[in-house]
Design a protein around this ligand. Structure first.
Ligand code: ADP
Length: 900
């Protein structure tokens, strides 16, 4: 039991004893409590099997090494708890048997404390090191023991440089004394103010301000050092300094400000008011400070001020600045403009600070200005109204002459719209001349040069019409500077036109007066020297004037003989009667046929005939005289008389001649008939003889009979022609119209001519176009063409040439026959169509013919409404015939009627 006691009495908590084989022989309760096993479970069990594995390994190692030991280990207890243990093992011999003694102590709790302490120390160290404030400790003598990172940084020195140095080394001389005293007090246990402020000197010599909290470090009752925390307040100190400075400045400003400045408490009582403010209220400081501001305001302003203050306190927007009406001590009212701000101490409202500005004068001015403005506005409206509705055109121009404003009357004159006119330049609306004048005038007005009150310009309206306007201009001045021009116009077009007309009229009048004057003298000269007698007499016939020619006509030498005498003295009774009637007609306004021929009796009783032309002379509407011109027509009258007689005779002989011609034609017509009858009979018998019907004839006889026959044929032909001519003369011929082909007619006519042409070896050339059918008498047209061709052959020498052309010439067909014959002199070209006309009388003997053919041709062609004419250039002649393609329907009907 000695062992047991031994063991249980040790400082270890658990004890177990095993034999050499590790079987448990003894254990105290604590042992199994620590490892978490109840004792009953262990009985007869091998100790090594039941103990926790960690411990088992440990014990095994120990058994092998064989040395006693003390281990610190961790085991996992049966209940899962981790435990820190001290384990010690020892061999022992009890009663000659070897035993193992295992003791354990649970150090889990101790371990936990240790680790906590370590952690807290680390934490503390970290805090210490990383604190924003400087932390340090001094020993009892004032030497640095520790200093944290912030401290080192603040001093700008390394740990080595600081630790072991004396605190006073880092304190500025000014603070050293205080610091020393304080340190001594602290060390000796005297309680002090919590904080102190020292001026610190850094390693680089820089000065800083530090606020220190210090407390003694005690070991038991003994003070062994000092612990301190310092804060760098250099910046704060600087700001404080500045604040102090600025406050002083502010106070200065406040006191000396030009504007009233004040501070109110939250109830509105004056805390401060500067001199200007006192002045405004007419008080000394004592009278105002402590009084409420409402005492110095009108009730309305008081309400406004309170409202503004309430808003400001609630943080609402206040219309800046507030305008208040203040009442000074002597009752004078003044207006101030107040800007204020709330003074706060934390969240608490301390009061209100304000600056006022005396705006009484400004306000008075404003009030005046408003009133003035109102008047101005009214005036402007009035003016605008006047401007717009003025009867006269009004406008304003800028300095360059562009329209700025124009009233309705103005627009009406120019004829443009407002848009077209405003901004347009005056040159647009003036003639070049007027524009030049306007520019000059505006320039003068602008330079303050005197100009005429008004000027007349010639305007060019929108529609191009020209009008005249009388313009009055003046400069528009703004603050003494000319900014444009104002103008009033008056339409003077009618006036100008009238003036112009008047001027023209006057000029004309003047001219006509001059002309009159001239013409009067001319007239007088003319009057006196005229070839005709000129005179005037009154309505009763008394001569008023007479010229020289008049005197001469009457056979008088002086005017006295005529002037004053009555016309009856100089006229035959019959002529006077006519003259009297004419005067009556003049007076009653009836028309009078001019000229009038009257018979006069000259002074020497000679009778002469005069031709008179009269006109009446009026004074206003009354006829006062008759003005007349007389010409002696006695000779002319005689000649006329003779001419008339001659004419009568001529007419008579013409009639006689016509009758003779008719008789001649009738005679020719009769005689030819008479000639034709026996001639036909002669021809018949000669043919009988020649045919030997009556009896045989010899060759000599036959030759003679042939001659007789040929000549009688020629004679018959001649007589027929004569007969034809007579018929045409008497218009007794009949044209038998029908639609005929001109091409056919031409070829038929040519056919008949070939023998004649061949005989003289004359070539006939044809150029005949296809021609339309026309309305004509085929036989008669053949007669015309044959005649022309026959003439051409007749007047063309041997081997000559004749060309025949026919063309369709729009409305006509034109046939031309050209020969290379003897030609026709120009003056004979028209005459050859006269009856019996031959250019040369001898031709009939040379060429034969009677000068009838062409006249018959002409009658036939004219009967077809065509024409025939000859041309000749000396180298032969051309005869042209035109025939209308379409004879008008009316004519055709006429012809038709004639035919039937
Ligand atoms: P005549 O029977 O004499 O030929 P016309 O009336 O036919 O009568 O002609 C009148 C005159 O016109 C002719 O005598 C002749 O002098 C002239 N004459 C007519 N045709 C031509 C012609 N082709 N060349 C020259 N003269 C002509």
């Amino acid at each position: 039991m000695g062992l047991k006691n031994n063991i249980s009495g040790s400082s270890f908590d658990g004890v177990a004893v095993t034999d050499e084989l590790g079987r448990l022989e003894f254990s105290n309760d604590s042992f199994f409590e620590i490892i978490g096993l109840p004792g009953e479970e262990l009985i007869d069990k091998c100790f090594m099997e039941v103990i926790p594995e960690d411990m088992r390994d440990l014990l095994e190692r120990w058994r092998q090494t064989g040395t006693d030991m003390l281990y610190e280990t961790k085991i996992m207890a049966r209940n899962g708890e981790e435990k820190n243990l001290y384990i010690s093992c020892a061999r022992a011999e009890f009663d000659g048997t070897k035993k193992y003694v295992i003791t354990i102590k649970d150090i889990s709790e101790q371990k936990k404390l240790e680790s906590n302490l370590r952690e807290s120390e680390a934490r503390y160290r970290e805090l210490f090191e990383n604190a924003d404030d400087t932390m340090y400790t001094f020993d009892s003598k004032g030497f640095f023991q520790t200093i944290n990172n912030a401290g080192r940084k603040a001093l700008g020195a390394t740990l080595d440089e600081i630790i072991g140095s004396h605190g006073s080394k880092w304190i500025a001389p000014d603070s050293r004394k205080v610091a020393n005293e304080r340190f001594m007090k602290l060390i000796s246990g005297v309680s002090l103010d919590e904080t102190a402020i020292y001026e610190i000197v850094c390693r680089n010599g820089e000065h800083k301000w530090a606020e220190l909290r210090t407390r003694p470090i005690k070991e038991g009752a003994k003070i062994i050092g000092i612990h301190g925390i310092a804060r760098d307040i250099t910046e704060k100190k600087r700001l404080e300094e500045q604040l102090k400075e600025s406050e002083a400045k502010y106070r200065d400003l406040f006191e000396n400000a030009d504007d009233p400045m004040f501070t109110l408490d939250p109830e509105g009582n004056f805390i401060e008011l500067n001199d200007t403010g006192l002045n405004l209220l007419g008080c000394i400081k004592n009278e105002v400070i402590g009084s409420n501001i409402s005492r110095w305001m009108t009730p309305e302003s008081d309400v406004n001020a309170r409202k503004a203050m309430k808003k400001r306190i609630n943080g609402e927007q206040v219309d800046l600045p507030t305008i208040l009406e203040m009442v000074s001590k002597n009752g004078e009212h003044r207006w101030v403009e107040v800007k204020s701000r709330i003074l706060k101490d934390g969240n608490r409202i301390k009061g209100l600070h304000g600056i006022a500005r005396d705006i009484t004068e400004k306000r008075r001015m404003e009030q005046k200005l408003i009133k003035y403005h109102e008047i101005l506005k009214k005036n402007e409206e009035k003016y605008k109204d006047l401007f717009e509705n003025a009867y006269d055109p009004m406008y304003t121009l800028d300095l360059h002459g562009n329209f700025q404003k124009i009233n309705n009357a103005g627009l009406k004159v120019l004829g443009g719209t407002l848009e077209e006119t405003i901004g347009s330049h005056i040159s647009r609306w003036l003639t070049p001349q007027s524009y030049k004048e306007a520019t000059e005038r505006l320039k003068n007005i602008a330079s303050d040069i005197q100009v005429s009150e008004s000027i007349v310009y010639e305007l060019v309206l929108k529609n191009g019409e020209h009008r005249w306007a009388e313009i009055r201009n003046r400069a528009i001045k703004e603050r003494g500077k000319i900014t444009g021009f104002h103008g009033i116009a008056r339409d003077v077009t009618e006036k100008i036109k009238l003036e112009k007309q008047l001027k023209e009229f006057n000029q004309k009048l003047e001219r006509s007066y001059e002309e009159l004057k001239e013409s009067e003298s001319k007239y007088f000269e003319l009057f006196e020297n005229a070839n005709d007698g000129i005179y005037t007499h009154d309505t009763e016939g008394h001569f008023l004037t007479v010229n020289n020619a008049g005197l001469k006509i009457l056979g008088c030498a002086t005017k006295d003989e005529v002037i004053g005498s009555n016309i009856s003295r100089w006229l035959t009774p019959e002529s006077f009667e006519i003259a009297r009637k004419i005067i009556m007609k003049y007076l009653s306004g009836e028309p009078v046929n001019q000229p009038i021929i009257l018979e006069i009796i000259r002074k020497n009783d000679e009778h002469r005939f005069l031709e008179f032309r009269n006109r009446i002379i009026r004074d206003n509407d009354r006829i006062i005289a008759i003005h007349g011109i007389a010409r002696d027509v006695t000779e002319k009258r005689k000649m006329e008389q003779q001419l008339k007689e001659y004419h009568g005779k001529l007419q008579k002989s013409y009639e006689e001649l016509k009758e003779a011609d008719r008789l001649k034609t009738e005679f020719i017509s009769n005689i030819t008939h008479e000639l034709l009858t026996p001639l036909t009979s002669i021809k018949g018998f000669v043919e009988l003889l020649n045919d030997e019907t009556i009896g045989k004839i010899n060759d000599e006889q036959k030759k003679s009979l042939d001659i007789v026959l040929r000549n009688s044929d020629r004679l018959i032909q001649l007589i027929k022609e004569l007969l034809d001519a007579a018929y045409f003369e008497q218009n007794k011929f009949n044209l038998k119209f029908g639609m005929v082909s001109i091409n056919n007619i031409i070829s038929k006519s040519l056919q008949d001519m070939h023998p004649q042409a061949n005989e003289k070896k004359i070539t006939i050339i044809q150029d005949i176009k296809p021609l339309p059918e026309i309305w004509a008498d085929e036989e008669k047209i053949i007669q015309v063409l044959s005649n022309l061709l026959s003439n051409a052959i007749k007047f063309t020498p041997q081997n000559g040439m004749i060309s025949v052309t026919a063309i369709d010439d729009t409305n006509h067909i034109k046939i031309s026959i050209t020969d290379t014959g003897i030609g026709i002199p120009p003056d004979k070209l028209s005459r050859i169509f006269d009856r019996f006309y031959q250019i040369d009388g001898s031709t009939s003997r040379k060429y034969g013919g009677m000068g009838i053919g062409l006249s018959i041709c002409k009658s036939i062609i004219e009967g077809h409404y065509g024409s025939i004419w000859a041309e000749s250039n000396g180298n032969g002649s051309t005869f042209n015939v035109t025939l209308p393609k379409l004879i008008k329907k009316k004519r055709r009907i006429k012809e038709h009627n004639v035919k039937s």
